[in-house]
Design a protein around this ligand. Sequence first.
Ligand code: AMP
Ligand code: GLY
Length: 449
Amino acid sequence: MAAGWACWIAFINQLLTTLATTNSLRILILGSGGREHAFAWKLAQSKRCAQLFIGPGNAGTSAYGQNVPIDPLDFLAVKKLVLENQIDMVVVGPEEPLVRGIWDYFQAHESLKKIPLIGPSKAGAVLEGSKAWSKQFMLRHKIPTAAYQEFTAETLEAGLAYLKSHALPIVLKADGLAAGKGVVICQSHAEAAAEMREMLDGKFGTASARVVVEEFLTGIEFSVFVLTDGKTYKILPEAKDYKRIGEGDTGPNTGGMGAVSPVPFVDALMWQKVEDRVIRPTVEGLRKEKIPYKGFIFFGFISVGGEPLVIEYNCRMGDPETEVVLPRLKNDLLTLFENCAKGTLGRVKIRTDKRTATTVFLVSGGYPGDYEKGKVITGLDLVKDGIAFNAGTTIKGGQCVTAGGRVIALTSLGKDIPSALRKSNRNANVIQFEGKNFRRDIGKDLMDS
Ligand code: AMP
Ligand code: GLY
């Protein structure tokens, strides 16, 4: 009798294991920043995540899966990796593979076609890949944004004439991807004219063959993120990032020195405006224009006197925004991605942690200018009450060393900005590497709002 029971139990266990493995996925994350570490951290929490591969990843992502030394822009290498490792889902972190058409590459190959890839088609990624296209899209769909004109080398004289009568300051934007450096805010007409000539003369290569001249907006910035399956969308927690290198928002722009979520001034009325005037028209606009889009849309806003205007679209999540958004997301990220891929996002309800998340980026001395790499990082084991999302880190000779400008994002949760920030800053102090720099004032401008 006992042997009979044992047999049944073994059989049921076997069945459960088989069900669990058939239902679990092998996932490839492309990218190597703090955003990708946050994706890996969150996906690894899913019961149905069988194995993670991160290409190329960083020292932090290797704790959750296997780092694979590949270039996300080398689509053939991605294809080989996906097929050799029986990958079931690909999550694309950065914009460049998307703008270059990795989704379309998957669609064009019979062996890859059925593998869900989280990220838009090339036609959708153009929302980020061409500022001129995104401005035209916003005009077509009556989405509020700054007034603008666009010029090329052929229309340089008209462009220079246009600048002369433009109010100061003047915002010039290279049309294409320019590694975050393509926006220049000019304080004089002479500076704007010189900048326009330089841009059209190839300052950012083909990315500045077309230049958008935009009205300068005065207000406070915030960012909103949605995941869309092309039919519907789910709104994720909003965030504010801190782009300038120096405290008090001074000095040159960086990729982002820290972020906060939620943003206190984004209240119910602001959400309503954002959703009605921008999010819904954007997703509907993409659908009406038959642009395949299963992925993230990042909306960059400036609130001008309480009115949200779009200053940019990105076709991916933000970095360091992801490092504060995902820690506040209670949903299983893998389930969200599966519903996104299947077109069933409408079934999902987003659940959010009400606490505040802050993240503080430790950067290399000299960044965003020249900086040295290979500095030994110590104190990672002393991080408490928070997560150290790695970005520019790698393992060399068994040690964790710096490998980029932005090195580690220290995220903490707290009941409000001061309590979260205290923890992030404490952790920022305990990690050491030569030349370490960070801002201690992340979120301080929001504390009394
Ligand atoms: P982007 O590279 O599009 O993220 O722009 C970089 C930064 O330039 C933004 O975060 C804003 O601070 C600023 N910016 C862009 N467009 C405008 C605008 N129309 N008015 C004022 N500031 C702007
Ligand atoms: N933190 C800004 C971005 O990801 O574009």
